[in-house]
Design a protein. Structure first.
Length: 65
């Protein structure tokens, strides 16, 4: 499930659940949003690095031409 969908689902579900001696609590919504932003920025950095790797640059020294 994509992270955006997971965050949306988590926002609709209860934050804390317990029953039969077992309890579970999710990360806070601000923590989930921060994680989403971090992962988006990380992916954007990879995409930028891939663009730079795929480019060919011609370097000419001054006066050459």
């Amino acid at each position: 499930m994509p992270l955006d969908d997971q965050i949306e689902q988590n926002a609709q579900d209860p934050r804390k659940v317990s029953g039969q001696g077992v309890s579970a609590e999710q990360h806070s919504l601000p923590d989930q949003v921060a994680a989403d932003e971090y992962l988006e920025n990380k992916q954007a950095g990879r995409n930028f690095a891939n663009v730079l790797r795929s480019r060919t640059f011609k370097v000419k020294p001054p006066g050459a031409g």
